[in-house]
Design a protein around this ligand. Structure first.
Ligand SMILES: [Zn+2]
Length: 141
């Protein structure tokens, strides 16, 4: 089942709409997500072809494989994306009351408080996260 989601950045200049078949939340505690978002980057999976974004967005190449978009006016995080295939994970905080449950946390051993968020969802350490996404890479950036 698809859900329509509509959201906007802090200042309202950037509007995002999409559909999602998977409104579960995922959180990443890696160093870059922490620096950009203060604690963790919490994302929402959207149907990629449905994503519509209007307004002033700056896209920053943040590593050899990733890029991050933020509002050019207020700096709100808009998405994290992969350069290779263009897949984007939308910032869950843009969308009011959309997420269902926290499904997975990444880099829990780099969480500011050490163990990630409370709950019995899937928790992956830095090494486990790399094993899942980038088995040949040695650095999170
Ligand atoms: Zn903004």
């Amino acid at each position: 089942m698809k859900h329509e989601i509509k959201g906007e950045c802090m200042c309202g200049a950037v509007k995002v709409s999409a559909t999602t078949s998977d409104p579960a939340l995922r959180a990443c505690h890696c160093e870059m997500c922490r620096r950009q978002n203060s604690y963790a980057f919490v994302s929402l999976q959207a149907d990629q072809e449905s994503i519509r974004i209007t307004g002033p967005v700056t896209v920053l190449k943040s590593s050899d494989w990733a890029q991050r978009a933020f509002c050019s006016k207020c700096g709100s995080t808009i998405w994290y994306g992969l350069q290779e295939d263009g897949h984007r994970n939308l910032s869950a905080g843009l969308f009011p009351k959309t997420g269902t449950a926290l499904m997975t946390e990444y880099f829990t051993d780099e969480c500011l408080l050490g163990n990630g968020f409370p709950g019995d969802h899937e928790k992956l350490t830095r090494n486990e996260t790399f094993a899942l996404f980038a088995p040949s890479e040695g650095d999170a950036k």
